[in-house]
Ligand binder design. Structure first.
Ligand code: NAD
Ligand code: TDX
Length: 319
């Protein structure tokens, strides 16, 4: 078991990164976290406000800044890389920042991990596997071929490939996790669930793309955080781990549940067009904590059956 004392969390002021910072501070009292975040439109220091100053330090900067990395990486045991341009819609409007942060930024961090001998964990997405037909019961596995659809997912796929190469070529102690759609606190309003909630609060119509039948596996950020911690501390370098929750729902079902929580019982039809509506129709639920190609996984002992009740999300419901 790897027991880090000082970790860098990139993107720790964003949605999932900030949830991970809260998780580490609460669950692992011996660990100090340095958050490296550029504070783009998606980053908000308020997401980590109030955490003890002796446990969490915020460094405002760009993961592409190699000089900055050379200054801050020494003295840390691990980098957990969450920072990314993360929104599919934005990647269609302007792919350039996605190339820079997601690909070039990962390259800069891998080089820093190599140079300073630091453990590296790479947070990625199930979107690298593309999508399935709506009625396809298949699950993504570590062996599923990469088939990204959007500029966003293609840059995440590219960054995953860099991580694999830096492990095999240079021996960087790197792991990758590919997780499904997260819900939870601190999510930016551009994303599906907060967008519907804020629209309802503002009295605006729900904004459903296309027919609303696209399927996602939804996982609470808390479950994602505990899985990443398990992989960071117990995962094996060079391996890829899939994180999912057996929480598949289509968009219209999620919207109905939100409407119900607001005491409204009907879905207002929307014809909002987005190229995303015809992409990523169905992203499969995934197996949980399974190891990849290089023989038996350290997680085989805790491999879960696929029933919802047995997964780490048991008891949680989609908001
Ligand atoms: P987010 O957009 O909410 O947060 C991204 C954070 O990264 C922000 O704080 C932003 O300021 C920071 N950032 C962006 N560019 C940077 C740069 N060049 N240097 C330093 N910081 C920078 O994203 P999120 O939804 O929390 O996603 C976090 C990670 O998890 C991403 O790598 C994403 O691909 C992955 N992921 C997300 C989901 C999901 O459902 N949202 C699912 C699976 C994987
Ligand atoms: O207003 C909306 N209406 C709508 O119907 C929005 C914002 C989205 N949608 C649809 C599009 C998708 O089918 O909802 C679904 C989910 O959309 P997003 O919340 O934008 O997420 P998605 O495109 O699935 O990507 C998310 O999960 C995988 C994250 O943004 C990625 O960072 C992660 O890799």
């Amino acid at each position: 078991i790897f027991e880090p004392a000082n970790i860098i969390v990139t993107g720790g002021c964003g949605f999932i990164g900030s949830n991970f910072v809260h998780y580490v501070v609460r669950e692992h009292p011996g660990v100090h976290v340095t958050v490296l975040d550029k504070l783009t439109y998606a980053g908000n220091p308020e997401n980590i406000a109030g955490l003890p100053e002796d446990r969490v330090e915020l460094v405002v900067g760009d993961v592409c800044d190699t000089g900055l990395l050379d200054r801050i990486v020494p003295g840390h045991d691990a980098i957990v890389h969450y920072a990314a341009e993360s929104h599919n819609d934005n990647s269609i409007a302007d792919p350039e920042p996605f190339l820079r942060t997601n690909v070039e930024g990962t390259y800069a961090l891998l080089e820093a991990a190599r140079k300073h001998g630091v453990r590296y964990h790479h947070v990625s997405t199930d979107e690298v596997y593309g999508d399935l037909a709506l009625d396809d019961p298949a699950r993504f596995t570590e062996e599923t071929p990469y088939r990204p659809s959007s500029p966003y997912s293609s840059t995440k796929a590219a960054s995953d490939m860099l991580v694999r190469a830096w492990h095999r070529t240079f021996g960087v102690r790197a792991t990758i996790s590919n997780c499904s759609n997260n819900y939870g606190p601190y999510q930016h309003v551009e994303k599906f669930i907060p967008r519907q909630v804020t629209n309802l609060i503002d009295g605006a119509r729900p904004r459903l793309y296309g027919d609303g039948l696209n399927v996602r596996d939804w996982i609470h950020t808390e479950d994602h955080s505990s899985a990443v911690w398990a992989i960071l501390t117990r995962g094996r370098a060079g391996e890829t781990y899939l994180i999912g929750a057996d929480g598949e729902k289509n968009n219209i079902t999620v919207l109905r549940e939100i409407l119900k929580a607001f005491g409204r019982d009907e879905v207002i039809p929307s014809t909002h067009f987005s190229p995303i509506a015809q992409m990523n129709r169905h992203r499969s639920r995934q197996r949980i904590f399974t190891g990849s190609a290089n023989g038996p996984s350290p997680f085989s002992a805790i491999r879960r059956p696929s029933s919802r009740a047995a997964g780490p999300s048991a008891g949680r419901t989609c908001p």
